[in-house]
Write a protein that binds this ligand. Sequence first.
Ligand code: ADP
Ligand code: MG
Length: 250
Amino acid sequence: MDESHERRETEAYETDAVVSLSGVTKKYSGGVTALREVDLEIGRSELIAIVGPSGSGKSTLLHIVGTLDGPSSGTVALAGHQVSRLSDRRLSALRAQHVGFVFQAFHLVPGATALANVVEGLRYSGLSHGERRRRAAEALERVGLGDRMEHRPHELSGGQKQRVAIARAVAGEPDVLLADEPTGALDSASGEAVMDLLRELNADGATIAVITHDMELAASLPRQVRLRDGQIVADTRAEAAPHAGTAGAR
Ligand code: ADP
Ligand code: MG
């Protein structure tokens, strides 16, 4: 690592963390404590795996990082904003501006074209309809679906649906892309293609957190945060990520 890179990383840690969680605990009604005293910083342009067995708190963590849910205690900052200080309206605006979500089951609007799905994702962007269409088309080109814009979800393969979902998530140029088991519903070849796309977006500067129970997939990413019973038990950075060939999921 050269000096300028090192300096930039140090500054990023202090002032430029996209996500900063401190002492985050989440108790659900019914008595489950899903997260315990979690501290986590995600720096700009990181590609990180949040990995752990089923029930370890991964989705809960994603919901809290993405401001879909709040912690029972502890603090959450997103792109420098202390989330707990915001009204619901400001929080929705913050989320729309700063976070992109990708889910295992795609969550596309069934009757709408790929283009319309991505345009819809820009609904709260404040952009004109024409500009939203332009950006949506550009995002679909970027994920390799320039020739599928008028296709509806049932006319697309699983991998293509996930690429539409990724286009929708990145069209607004969020500060962080949160992907919850993005390859979980895909065959291994489509899963690898989706992971390759996430790597490309990261290489272009996107900050991405991939949630997975797949240790092999996690090991192929530059940083792994391991969760167990709601606690971070390891936070490791690979010297050099292994080749992407193992990134498949069932
Ligand atoms: P993971 O994504 O790692 O499988 P989750 O974050 O979904 O884990 O769940 C962590 C724990 O919290 C589990 O024990 C789960 O049963 C519980 N849990 C998740 N969501 C809720 C909820 N809405 N209400 C009550 N308990 C929940
Ligand atoms: Mg989950």
